[in-house]
Write a protein that binds this ligand. Structure first.
Ligand code: MN
Length: 174
């Protein structure tokens, strides 16, 4: 093997960066007990990036926003109904990355397991990233329920572990 090939083989493969991103997700779950996926599926070559919101009847009902990014689903838990109209601002707490493919998961996470309770689809479709700055994302969501431009803005943390964002709909341009 040429030195050049050796070097490229040592570079991190996309698969291992996905594995690293899913480390927290996997540590929280026992895949002998839950039907949730353990790994990301292959990303499909056509269509936009995956967008979904899952209604999660855990100890407290909440809505999980999923946005495909780099082979995983960036995730936020929204404690109240997602913002279908302009003027509604919702807290969205960033949670661990989920595997690509989780967006179609529906079913019951068993009692005693992390996130125990029923999960069902609330909305799904695709999204485009219009802006992506540190702590600020502007998205064009094309879902069944949420459609148009939306913002996710990170709030200034009060505590070290805070990962609170605001999620709201923006005025549609013309
Ligand atoms: Mn959840």
């Amino acid at each position: 093997m040429s030195p050049a090939r050796k070097k490229s083989a040592a570079a991190e493969s996309p698969a291992s960066s996905v594995d690293r991103a899913l480390d927290t997700y996997r540590k929280k779950r026992d895949f002998e007990k839950t039907n949730e996926p353990a790994s990301s599926r292959e990303r499909s070559s056509e269509g936009g990036r995956v967008y979904a919101i899952q209604e999660h009847h855990a100890s407290r009902l909440h809505y999980d926003l999923r946005l495909e990014d780099d082979g995983v689903l960036k995730s936020w838990a929204v404690p109240k109904t997602p913002p279908e109209k302009e003027g509604v601002r919702r807290l969205a707490v960033q949670t661990e990355d989920h595997p690509l493919g989780y967006e179609t998961f529906e079913g019951v996470i068993p009692e005693g397991e992390y996130g125990a309770g029923r999960v069902k689809n609330w909305d799904s479709g695709t999204y485009e990233l219009l802006e992506n700055d540190l702590g600020k994302k502007v998205l064009r969501i094309d879902g069944r329920r949420l459609r148009g431009r939306f913002a996710l803005i990170k709030l200034k943390p009060k505590n070290e572990d805070d990962d609170n964002w605001l999620f709201f709909k923006l005025k549609d341009k013309g």
